[in-house]
Design a protein around this ligand. Sequence first.
Ligand code: GLY
Ligand code: MN
Ligand code: MN
Length: 440
Amino acid sequence: MSKSIWKSHRDALAARLRDAVAVVFAAPEQIRNNDVHHDYRQDSDFFYLTGCEEPECVLVIAPHRAVGDQTALFLRTKDPEREVWDGERIGVDAAPGVLGVDKAFPIAKLAELLPEWLKGARKINHAFGRWPAQDAIVTDAMNAAARIHRRLGHDTPSEWVLPEELLWEQRLIKTPESIDAMRRAAQLAAVGHRRAMAVGRPGVFEYQLQAAMEYEWMVRGSRRTAYSSIVGSGPNACVLHYRDNARQTQAGDLVLIDAGCELEDFASDITRTWPVSGKFTAPQAEIYRLVLAAQKASIAHCRRGHTFQAVHDATVQVLTAGLVELGLLEGTVEACIASEAYKRFYMHRTSHWLGMDVHDVGRYRLSGASRTLEPGMVLTVEPGIYISPRDESVPERYRGIGIRIEDDVLVTTGEPEILSANAPKEIDELEALIGTSTLA
Ligand code: GLY
Ligand code: MN
Ligand code: MN
């Protein structure tokens, strides 16, 4: 994305800040062991406002200051010796030109200069509670600003505004450029899922399916997964956040893959479940059709004006009715919903927001009520049924079946747009694709 996108995000936040100043930190680097770091992933708030991937940066947006002096970036100085080891840094001199901020300063000057940037603001917008070391920097600066500037009659921040009130509401409604990135991320994720299906055959290890899928993502431009890929075969399909990915598949298994790539820091999140031998057994197909019907019923509610809760309720209605019909639940559909008996087989929610974070920011309820969907929101729709292999109260033919189907859906002014639509989910499409290729 061009740097004007990040500036437009900053400008939109500045307009909402009014008498608040925003202080947004880059993600801290995390040590894996000794002097080796975990892969670095920028903080989504910071990236959304800067497009900058460097650690050790702080962005300040101060709309109460004079035009041309409202945004400051504190960042690492150039250091030729360190750059030999870790790569090039933007540096202070180049930062305004590269990132479009008004001013840039060395990160080492943050404690000294931040109180001046707080002068004249009444509130501070900072993600308090996320990283204690960052909180300490902000509260020290607030105290210093109060001490220095209040006695001369200036305001300094005395109230907090949490990101969820302003910035996260902004991130919840995706811009056209963000939607474009998310559409490409979901389409690419689907290419990887298709590849895993194509190399599916009994005997393949779960991590080999993962490798085939993630390879497709990286060679096509994705830098990383959006979260750790879940590849669960056989009984592992019933483990909701399974991560071992170590089992060898066996003939007759279902494989549940819940995985998405990241593109330009936007996430995708797709789940597909399919038979490793290439053909659904009769009980697998019965449960699969039920989950698919529930998913389609929920997607139909991803429309402007419908509530987030309605998307979930549609799944609960269809799944419960189906489970009663199959004899897996007893009693009336209404009674099984009222008593939440369905939770024995469907224990998670149907949707979450999707964006730069896989479980993206944004409130689900406003003033106590489920929020109404608006164009530009992206949510997942991911019903499932999980029947424990150890549940002896269930007919044996259903035991151990775990199925989830998940798509990424954009709310528009008209029909819902399924961003991940090129990942097959109809039984005949899946059966035609599974096992048509080899690893290698
Ligand atoms: N992959 C986590 C989720 O679907 O929410
Ligand atoms: Mn998922
Ligand atoms: Mn999800």
